[in-house]
Design a protein around this ligand. Structure first.
Ligand SMILES: Nc1ncnc2c1ncn2[C@@H]1O[C@H](COP(=O)(O)OP(=O)(O)OP(=O)(O)O)[C@@H](O)[C@H]1O
Length: 259
């Protein structure tokens, strides 16, 4: 049987700080299958970013086991299993959009022609064909974030980890990017891990919603979405959508009960 893409069993992560230990994650059990779109939602400090960083081998769990494509996160990173998109686009201002997308490919040793083909393909995927020669400051915030998604897609990782990528954008731009991301997910079949503070965003995008609570960061609910993969924005007004949003809100409330 194929490995789950992400498998966490009893994962804990405690940071040692000057003020004593901080339990960022405790007893996290989660299985994410190929092609899942999984959102992590919860109040500030519940460990969403820490979990994503642990999957990306940027932090090491201090308890339990975490596997990515059946490997340790470190081995998965070396096998280029994932691309990472941060809250801020993080584009270098002195490089063009194409130059920014090219940078990780250059570091990984892709040849010039291969890089050019990949850059053209991902710009097309995020609807930025024709913008490769522009500098980041010539693009809107939403376009910059699409460029950073293109950069994360360029080396064809099959997992895309996104940490509140649209948190800083206004609602209309965010709606458009949510639609575009869903299209991209359907087109590419990537497995996506997505951190958000927004209930509608989590419900609109996900096949699986992971509700977390802080102190220590735990999973309070895992909700498998009954919504169909085809989701026009208007789906947000349907009773199914509203019921799901309600379930997420309840999960968030439950988490607070432990404070
Ligand atoms: N490098 C670190 N050293 C010490 N403590 C840390 C470190 N990184 C995170 N923490 C602590 O771990 C807990 C979880 O943090 P994390 O950033 O994962 O939460 P989050 O749910 O992503 O929050 P937010 O929604 O605000 O981004 C917090 O209490 C945070 O202060």
């Amino acid at each position: 049987m194929a490995h789950p893409v992400i498998e966490a069993k009893g994962v804990g992560l405690t940071f040692q700080t000057a003020d004593g230990p901080v339990d960022a994650l405790k007893d996290v059990d989660l299985t994410v299958g190929r092609g899942d779109f999984v959102s992590f939602i919860g109040p500030s400090g519940c460990g969403k970013t820490t979990f994503l960083r642990a999957v990306a081998a940027l932090e090491s769990p201090t308890a339990g086991t975490l596997r990515v494509n059946g490997m340790t996160p470190d081995a998965a990173r070396k096998a280029r299993a994932y691309g990472y998109v941060f809250q801020a686009p993080g584009l270098y201002p002195w490089r063009t959009i194409a130059g920014n997308i090219s940078l990780p490919l250059e570091i990984m040793g892709f040849g010039k022609a291969d890089r050019a083909a990949r850059i053209a393909r991902v710009l097309e995927l995020v609807d930025l064909a024709g913008f490769g020669g522009k500098f980041p400051w010539q693009l809107s915030g939403g376009m910059q974030q699409r460029a950073s998604i293109a950069r994360a897609l360029a080396f064809d990782a099959d997992i895309l980890l996104m940490d509140e990528p649209f948190g800083a954008l206004d609602e209309i731009v965010r709606d458009r990017l949510n639609e575009a991301l869903l299209e991209l997910w359907k087109k590419t079949g990537k497995t996506i891990g997505f951190v958000t503070h927004s209930i509608p965003e989590a419900v609109y995008l996900s096949t699986k919603i992971v509700v977390m609570s802080p102190r220590p960061g735990r999973i309070t609910r895992i909700i498998d979405s009954p919504l169909p993969p085809d989701r026009p924005l208007e789906i947000r007004e349907t009773p199914e959508f509203i019921a799901l949003a309600h379930e997420v809100r309840e999960g968030l409330r439950e988490g607070h009960g432990h404070d």
